[in-house]
Design a protein around this ligand. Structure first.
Ligand SMILES: Nc1nc2c(c(=O)[nH]1)N[C@H]1C(S)=C(S)[C@@H](COP(=O)(O)O)O[C@H]1N2
Ligand SMILES: [Mo]
Length: 320
């Protein structure tokens, strides 16, 4: 067990790294197999579990990765929340492919010395890409294990030079109403916005994410780039980013406005604070099979050793 996180995962949750590496090798072989088989192989690849799309490979960063068995590509790319495309779990996979992804630019401004607008190539080159295998815990009480590719958001934030007024970071998602059937249904105040305190945004676990499973992010997972904050409920991990703003005031995010009686700004995973309509004590690991027992949800989604110090002195039952 090389990672700190291992210390609070129960042994039955753990898949030895050799099995995980074996899976990666297996997936590569499966991809080669479909090349050798030509069109027949590609047709089969469409309904098997092989990663697809442009290759975006990066070395595994074991320091920040769990050794739990990752979900398959199919789970990760067909069971999604991306309300811009509808509220059904299959809606993002059905509709997000129509999003216009090129050209793509992200504006970074506000309380910074060097406001800038960067295109996707600039952003990808800004720091070395790493593979980070993280748990994702949705507020709806399901979870997955996902091998993301990206780098710590802190690299980008350091580049723009935060000023002393930079206490919060606000993320804004792309808004393309013509191709986003969920936008005209109301649901949230669009565009989707999320936010972090500056120290949370600078934490090495907070990942500016460009890929998954060795491929560029599929549209439904937030192409071409998103943020992943693994110790918070999944809704904090905003997709398809177009704007990152540093500011002194705490933002009111889309979900805070839409559901003020549910979770607040922090939204740290906390099994002790139930949702108004359901418990958060346990979670269903997607893909584990209908009869698999639910897992105990861990404080901070199992990242307490890494992040709990940021909340010292805060009442986590109030400031959720
Ligand atoms: N723009 C945007 N980002 C979003 C969402 C959304 O509806 N719109 N849903 C969030 C929720 S609730 C979750 S659980 C995760 C899901 O990410 P995934 O579909 O890649 O697993 O994305 C988050 N980011
Ligand atoms: Mo979620």
């Amino acid at each position: 067990m090389r990672t700190k996180q291992g210390s609070f995962i129960s042994p039955s949750d753990i898949t030895p790294e050799s099995v995980w590496l074996g899976r990666r090798r297996w997936l590569r072989q499966a991809a080669l197999g479909s090349l050798a088989l030509g069109a027949a192989g590609l047709a089969r690849a469409a309904d098997d579990d092989s990663p697809a799309g442009p290759v975006l490979d990066a070395p595994l960063d074991a320091r920040w990765s769990t050794t739990e068995k990752p979900n398959g590509w199919r789970d990760i790319t067909t069971y999604n929340n991306f309300y811009e495309f509808g509220t059904g779990k299959g809606d993002p996979a059905a509709h997000a492919g129509r999003m216009a992804l090129t050209p793509w630019a992200v504006k970074i401004d506000g309380a910074v010395q060097h406001p800038m607008t960067l295109d996707l190539d600039d952003l990808r080159r800004l720091a070395p890409l790493e593979e980070r295998v993280y748990r994702l815990r949705c507020v709806e009480a399901w979870s997955m294990v996902i091998p993301w590719i990206g780098y710590s958001l802190s690299h980008l934030l350091k580049r723009v030079g935060p000023t002393s007024g930079a206490r919060y970071v606000v993320f804004t998602t792309a808004l393309q109403p013509d191709v986003m059937p969920g936008v005209s249904q109301g649901i949230l105040d669009w565009p989707y916005t999320e936010g972090l305190r500056m120290d949370e945004a600078m934490h090495p676990l907070t990942l500016l994410t460009f890929g998954v499973y060795g491929r560029a992010l599929p549209a439904q997972n937030g192409a071409p780039l998103r943020v992943i904050v693994p110790w918070k409920y999944g809704f904090k991990s905003a997709k398809s980013l177009v704007h990152i703003r540093l500011q002194s005031e705490p933002p009111v995010t889309s979900w805070m406005r839409a559901a003020p009686r549910e979770y607040g700004f922090y939204a740290n995973v906390n099994p002790a604070v139930p949702h108004p309509r359901w418990s958060q004590a346990t979670e269903q690991r997607i893909g584990s099979g209908f009869f698999a027992p639910r897992l105990q949800t861990q404080p901070f989604n199992g990242y307490a050793n890494e992040v709990a110090a940021m909340y010292a002195g805060m009442d986590l039952k109030q400031n959720f």
